[in-house]
Design a protein around this ligand. Structure first.
Ligand code: DAS
Length: 344
């Protein structure tokens, strides 16, 4: 894919750092009166930037409209496009200090995880959304946006992987998840905590730069599609047909949102082993609990390659498995990539 970088600054002061704000849509660009009554992805990237005039005191800004959709409609085509753009237009451009991505909150953690895994960047890349539409009373988007810009231009934010900034908190994209469907205080890394906070317009990091233990990065410059990976939710009376249907419909990888630490019934476990051994389709067992860990020992079997998701929830496991399949990794290599993030 040929990447075209927008180079038009909406404001310019030679003393200030330069960033690009990539807009994808979501509630932060939504029009309506409340978080239950609005349309996602209405306002343009310029609208979002001009709504926060003080941005021009902090940074010179380029706006790039990548898409303008609710995040339920963000797909791997948009992800590949966005990642290639950030790599080329920000990471590889010495004139640029960092990037901000505005995004719907519902699948924000998936995009954030994908970017973190595919950017070749020591510069800050910050993903931000809002729980209230831009036109609502006390919209949180403008404040989240200015806080994101302060993090994107901060030298202290470098070498930490991509970051999510929402509601004054700075959180690692590898671990962050949306924990509440409605409230503003929703993005958390439940066990790991925040890496920092934005206080009075200044980012403060609790620790020097560090990266998540399980994190790996992948080069997607030559990749134009991501193989299909489906997620199956585990529950009492789960039918084995669900996994065979998924295989027959073309899934190249499967993630199970297991009960507890990856749990499935004895009968379904037999189906997993059949799919792994006889169809060579990797199956990753994650958790449906919202937080926790699936250790390898919990699901290990002598008769097949069971893959434990470690600290990755089902939606992040799906992104990682898709990237590994896109890179044509073997079952053993896939298991090894997930093992980096498990307690063993
Ligand atoms: N409109 C939903 C989305 O695009 C929710 C949001 O952005 O908060 O994900």
């Amino acid at each position: 894919m040929n990447v075209t970088c927008n180079t038009t600054f909406l404001n310019f002061d030679p003393k200030l750092p330069n960033i690009t704000i990539f807009a994808t849509g979501g509630t932060i660009a939504g029009n309506g009166s409340s978080n239950t009554n609005y349309t996602s992805g209405v306002f343009s990237v310029e609208d979002l930037i001009y709504a926060v005039p003080s941005i021009k005191n902090i940074s010179n800004v380029v706006g790039d409209q990548v898409s303008n959709v609710g995040s339920e409609d963000v797909n791997s085509t948009i992800l590949l496009d966005l990642s290639k753009k950030i790599n080329q237009c920000v990471c590889e451009d010495d004139a640029m200090s960092g990037a901000v991505v505005t995004h719907g909150t519902d699948t924000l953690e998936e995009t954030a995880f994908f970017l973190d895994a595919t950017l070749n960047c020591s510069k800050p890349v910050v993903i931000v959304g809002a729980m209230r539409p831009a036109s609502a009373i006390s919209a949180d988007g403008p404040y989240n946006l200015i806080e994101s810009v302060t993090v994107a231009v901060s030298k202290d934010a470098r070498n930490r992987g991509a970051l999510v900034v929402m509601n004054d908190r700075i959180v690692s994209t590898y671990y962050v998840t949306k924990t509440n469907a409605n409230t503003m205080d929703t993005f958390k890394a439940v066990e790991m905590g925040n890496v920092g906070q934005v206080i009075g317009g200044t980012p403060y990091f609790f620790f020097p730069p560090t990266l998540p233990t399980g994190r790996s990065t992948y080069n997607i410059s030559e990749i134009n599609s991501i193989p299909r990976v489906d997620i199956l939710y585990s529950y009492q009376d789960m039918q084995n047909e669900t996994i065979y249907d998924t295989v027959n419909r073309g899934a190249k990888g499967i993630v199970i949102a297991g009960a507890g630490a990856g749990g499935v019934s004895t009968r379904f476990n037999d189906a997993i082993e059949d799919v792994v051994n006889n169809y060579s389709i990797p199956v990753v067992q994650s958790f449906r609990t919202g937080s926790g860990e699936v250790p390898y020992a919990e699901i290990a079997s002598t008769s097949s390659t069971h893959i434990a998701s470690g600290y990755l929830n089902p939606q992040k496991s799906r992104i990682l498995l898709g990237l590994l399949l896109a890179e044509k990794k073997s079952l053993t290599e896939i298991a090894g990539a997930f093992a980096k993030g498990t307690a063993g």
